[in-house]
Design a protein around this ligand. Structure first.
Ligand code: NAD
Length: 515
């Protein structure tokens, strides 16, 4: 089945209308075979103002709904996702080229964060704090913040929205979603499921007479280019902008939001290293490295891009990697046994090819892959490459850049200090990992003077985080933390309250002010 036919097979199974796929200006092309799958309607930019006003109105209603009841809506959405995991997972694969199990894994992440958010809806707690004044009590409350603008990248076309939306909604905020223009169908499919969930919820929770339904305009979609993201960033009605994408985009968003002293949460590029120590279990390391470097065709923010190997392990590890890479099947990501699908588009291949040329110019040797593959059958229309391994004499300029493609740069080190210096000497700070059986080395890597990344792992790779932890990184990665732990606080505003139950008015710091 070509991708366009496959789309038309899964779309109605999600309860969606096939007419949505025709007649619009926004083209969805599958990277699997290059087929134009759909032409969907773009949102007119002129509608943005009205959508923002609707979002502000939805906020005024939704913040009054008790948080556990807000959680109930998210719980139902999680249930609906469970029922449609397969169809939605297939649409992710069709539109961005993920292998089937990764497409399904992305939907599983949506389900997981929904579950997490449901629990959280009963745990949005502040502190009580001892007051220095007699008969006084201090406490913190966390209140809903306002409309949240969510800008997402092509490579996680549904999960990143869910990380943000599930938390934003239980925290009492509506969401305006600007998905990647490369993945409009994923966004339309999610929005369709969301609207179905809302209709069922509203039927069970009738609105007060004269009031709109409780869920009206809670999640709206803006289908179009970067101009929607820029407009959201500039508008003071958007209380928080959560932007996922390239560092270039994040820098621009951050500047616009800073102009209005707004709040942003940035999840930007990574340039993640795996450090392999002298005592590493190489079987484990090879599995972790290959999944990290080649999974999602090297198009994850957490993709392993640099391999820093103790000199004693360098040759043995390289031999094993070459063997593993040679056995990897690249092809139509829907086929059993294929572990690497296509690059997203021609531009991604050009960037990869240029990076490899620069690496050669900087003294590197491409010891495996890098070439474009011409596959038989429908995959002929897609952009498929052999993943590349490049040995580098040093961490040169190209190695310090994030090229969003499956290139693994390999470098050597002698001392753990040298390895840490290399790990930290790039502008990005997202994910990192060490393979070692040496406790001191592992603990050093995790210590304050160790890896400077938001994610630091021991004996597993850089990719594939769980939703329970806070996700994100510092430096050029933007500093944001999404998903688990206490990331929810960014979607709320904090109020510190002091309450006097006495009959006098003592002032803090012993200040005297007698009238
Ligand atoms: P991109 O920056 O090209 O686009 C991301 C989104 O930003 C799109 O929706 C796009 O329309 C929008 N956009 C573009 N210009 C904008 C502007 N000036 N203002 C506001 N919005 C604008 O990124 P991409 O190619 O879709 O995705 C790949 C990048 O995303 C990589 O750098 C990757 O590391 C990063 N990424 C980071 C994370 C993370 O959690 N840290 C997750 C996924 C992807």
């Amino acid at each position: 089945m070509n991708t366009s036919e496959a789309l038309r097979h899964f779309w109605p199974q999600l309860g969606l209308c096939p007419a949505q796929l025709e007649g619009g200006l926004l083209i969805s092309r599958s990277p699997i075979d290059g087929c134009t799958m759909a032409r969907v309607a773009a949102t007119p930019l002129a509608q943005l103002d009205e959508k923002l006003s609707r979002s502000s109105a939805a906020f005024r209603r939704w913040r009054q709904v008790p948080a556990p009841q807000r959680g109930e809506l998210v719980r139902r959405f999680g249930q609906l996702l469970r029922r449609h995991k397969a169809e939605l997972g297939h649409i992710v694969s069709l539109e961005v080229g993920k292998i089937t199990s990764e497409g399904l894994g992305e939907v599983q992440e949506m389900i997981d964060i929904a579950d997490f958010a449901v629990g959280l809806s009963r745990q949005l707690h502040g502190l009580t704090i001892a007051s220095e004044r007699a008969d006084h009590r201090m406490m913190e409350q966390w209140h809903p913040l306002g409309p949240v603008g969510v800008i997402t990248a092509f490579n996680f076309p549904v999960a990143v929205w869910a990380w943000n939306a599930a938390l934003a909604l239980v925290c009492g905020n509506p969401v305006l979603w600007k998905p990647s223009e490369k993945a409009p169908l994923c966004a339309l499919a999610v929005q369709g499921l969301w609207e179905r969930c809302c209709a069922e919820f509203d039927a069970d929770h009738p609105a007060v007479r004269g009031e709109p339904p409780m869920t009206q305009d809670l999640c709206q979609l803006l289908l179009g280019g970067g101009e929607f993201g820029a407009a959201l960033a500039a508008d003071p009605r958007v209380a928080l902008i959560s932007a996922t994408g390239s560092t270039r985009m994040g820098r621009s968003v951050a500047q616009v939001v800073a102009q209005r002293l707004g709040r942003c949460l940035l999840e930007l590029g990574g340039n993640n290293a795996v450090v392999v120590g002298q005592t590493a279990d190489l079987d484990l390391a090879v599995r972790g490295i290959v999944f990290g470097a080649v999974g999602t065709a090297g198009q994850r923010c957490t993709t392993t891009r640099r391999l820093l190997v103790h000199e004693s392990q360098h040759d043995a590890l390289l031999q094993r990697l070459l063997k593993a890479y040679a056995s990897l099947r690249v092809g139509d990501p829907r086929e059993n046994g294929v572990l690497m699908g296509p690059l997203i588009d021609e531009a991604a291949y050009t960037a990869m090819d240029q990076a490899l040329q620069r690496a050669r110019g900087e003294g590197g040797e491409v010891v495996f892959g890098g070439e474009r593959l011409s596959l038989p059958g429908p995959a002929q229309g897609g952009v498929y490459v052999r993943p590349a391994i490049v040995t580098m004499p040093r961490q040169s300029a190209i190695v310090c850049e994030e090229t969003f493609a499956p290139i693994l740069y390999v470098m050597r080190w002698r001392t753990i200090d040298e390895a840490l210096e290399l790990n930290n000497a790039v502008p990005q700070g997202l994910s990192s990992a060490i393979f070692t059986r040496d406790l001191i080395e592992a603990e050093t890597f995790l210590s304050a003077s160790g890896s400077d990344c938001g994610i630091a792992n021991v004996n597993l790779g850089t990719s594939g985080a769980e939703i329970g932890g806070a996700f994100g990184g510092d430096k050029d990665t933007g500093g944001g933390r999404e998903s688990g732990s206490d990331a929810w606080r960014q979607y709320m505003r904090r109020a510190t309250n002091t309450i006097n139950r006495g009959r006098t008015l003592p002032l803090a710091q012993g200040v005297s002010f007698e009238l």
